[in-house]
Design a protein around this ligand. Structure first.
Ligand SMILES: CC(C)(COP(=O)(O)OP(=O)(O)OC[C@H]1O[C@@H](n2cnc3c(N)ncnc32)[C@H](O)[C@@H]1OP(=O)(O)O)[C@@H](O)C(=O)NCCC(=O)NCCS
Length: 181
């Protein structure tokens, strides 16, 4: 795919779009909490994320258009949880995997990374594929990361997916790096 992918860290100017994407009905269905989030609550959350050194919020552009956000939440030394939400207008065109890859490449330039974890519902094969395209391997939720696994009740159907080795691990990382700014 020839799309020009650029990733940068989020700023206040992204706050409204990220809120709109967050409240998209498909996004809500795929997340743990399904309620629509009011604007004030979002602002408090968003401002907190920007100030939090343990969280890196990236915004991706495809051919100059704001296309989605990818967030990394620190879980422990070298370990981050990854989550992604695309602009609903730009889903289904193969950009999600590219944005995740470019965001991981960016993360590797600003933080030491050994392990990335993403968790998703089993009703979300598109998300699973998005991470697999970046070298993630499907595992059942593991006790290795109790801070994350503890969030999900056992009866819920979730995959957790792990990638080891950071920058040098997968070819996908190197491919993604060429999309980074
Ligand atoms: C999940 C998401 C990031 C994927 O990004 P996207 O750009 O829409 O992804 P695409 O539709 O291009 O699909 C990505 C891959 O999944 C595949 N795919 C799409 N629908 C699929 C399905 N129903 N079953 C299996 N694979 C599917 C595509 O073929 C593509 O794989 P390929 O690159 O090998 O062809 C995006 O749809 C999104 O933001 N969804 C809402 C939020 C969400 O679910 N986030 C993840 C929560 S953990």
């Amino acid at each position: 795919m020839d799309a020009n992918i650029v990733v940068r860290e989020a700023t206040l100017e992204d706050r409204r779009e990220i809120w709109e994407w967050w409240n998209d009905p498909v996004t809500r269905r795929m997340m743990k909490k399904n309620d629509v989030v009011p604007w004030e609550e979002h602002c408090a959350w968003f401002d907190g994320v920007l100030k939090d050194p343990g969280r890196i919020l990236c915004v991706g552009f495809v051919d100059g258009e704001k296309a989605g956000n990818v967030r990394f939440d620190f879980q422990g030394e070298g370990v981050y949880e990854v989550s992604v939400n695309m602009n609903p207008q730009l889903r289904g065109r193969g950009y999600g995997p590219l944005l995740v890859g470019a965001s991981i490449a960016y993360l590797n330039t600003v933080r030491p990374v050994t392990t990335l974890i993403a968790m998703m519902k089993k009703i979300n094969p598109r998300s699973r594929k998005t991470f697999e395209r970046n070298g993630f391997v499907v595992k059942e939720p593991t006790r290795d990361y109790p801070r994350m696994v503890g969030r999900f009740s056992p009866e819920e159907e979730w995959y957790s997916e792990l990638i080891y080795g950071g920058k040098s691990d997968a070819g996908a990382f190197r491919a993604a790096a060429s999309h980074a700014p």
